[in-house]
Design a binder for this molecule. Structure first.
Ligand code: ADP
Ligand code: ADP
Length: 225
């Protein structure tokens, strides 16, 4: 587990300022959800934490260490995207194992990690299948499994449920809550869906035009909207 500390974090694309001095501490093991309308900067903020964007102002620390001082592979961050981008020719086992194989992790260790992730996500019986033979929810689980096997300290999710139908979204919400309970890692989750935010979050950050408008528990925000 690791905390994420943002101090006056700013991001501009050319002349256009997207994030304006974001101050925020995401605590060890916390499930933090960013909500806000399309274009308010949620993804940019998440991608900055992931190190996929260079911030143009302020400081960003993960586990107390400045992100820029730590090579990407050692940051302990895993991000799950909205488009799952699974390898179509590989079965689920290999989809989840591939990153570890590239990193030359011993086979037995990979096997333990893949099976553990598959068990948590209830896809143990599907390991021989190819992505095309899965439902949307199952594919989403494989994408999450691929992140779990890397044992990240911080998990980042960018609208992970927005490609699923309504019924599946509700079920997967529950799965995310269970996943957090099980892994107890720090999770940062972006959505434009307020119900999703209210259901999942320990705390919610409401973003508006690149600024933090509110931070609080679901109850606090419900009572003081
Ligand atoms: P959200 O995730 O809240 O929908 P984004 O973080 O994706 O918002 O985008 C915030 C703003 O930054 C938008 O106005 C978007 O057009 C702009 N933006 C995002 N990525 C880029 C980019 N690579 N170059 C220029 N502008 C960008
Ligand atoms: P070996 O080195 O003996 O071939 P592995 O370490 O590759 O064994 O595999 C260990 C376990 O993981 C075995 O039970 C095997 O069936 C399973 N396994 C390995 N690769 C895959 C795969 N691509 N799909 C499904 N199961 C796999």
């Amino acid at each position: 587990m690791a905390s994420v500390l943002l101090q006056s974090v700013a991001k501009a694309y050319g002349e256009t300022q997207i994030l304006h001095g974001i101050d925020l501490e995401i605590r060890d093991g916390e499930f933090m959800v960013f909500v806000g309308p399309s274009g308010c900067g949620k993804s940019t903020l998440l991608r900055s934490i992931a190190g996929l964007e260079d911030i143009t102002g302020g400081e960003l620390r993960i586990g107390g260490r400045l992100v820029n001082d730590v090579p990407p592979a050692e940051r302990g961050i895993a991000m799950v995207f909205q488009s799952y981008a699974l390898y179509p020719h590989m079965n689920l086992y290999d989809n989840m194992a591939f990153g570890l194989q590239l990193a030359k992790v011993p086979k037995a260790e990979i096997d333990t990690a893949v099976r553990h992730a598959a068990r948590i996500l209830h896809i143990e019986h599907l390991l021989e299948r190819k992505p095309k033979d899965l439902s949307g929810g199952q594919r989403q689980r494989v994408a999450i499994g691929r992140a779990i096997v890397r044992k990240p300290e911080v998990f980042l999710f960018d609208e992970p449920l927005s490609n699923l139908d309504a019924a599946l979204r509700v079920r997967m919400r529950y799965e995310f809550a269970k996943l957090h309970e099980e892994l107890k890692t720090t999770m940062v989750y972006v959505t434009h869906d307020q119900v999703e935010a209210m259901t999942l979050a320990d705390r919610i950050v409401v973003l508006q035009a690149g600024r933090i408008e509110q931070v609080g528990t679901p109850l606090e925000l419900y009572e003081h909207p």
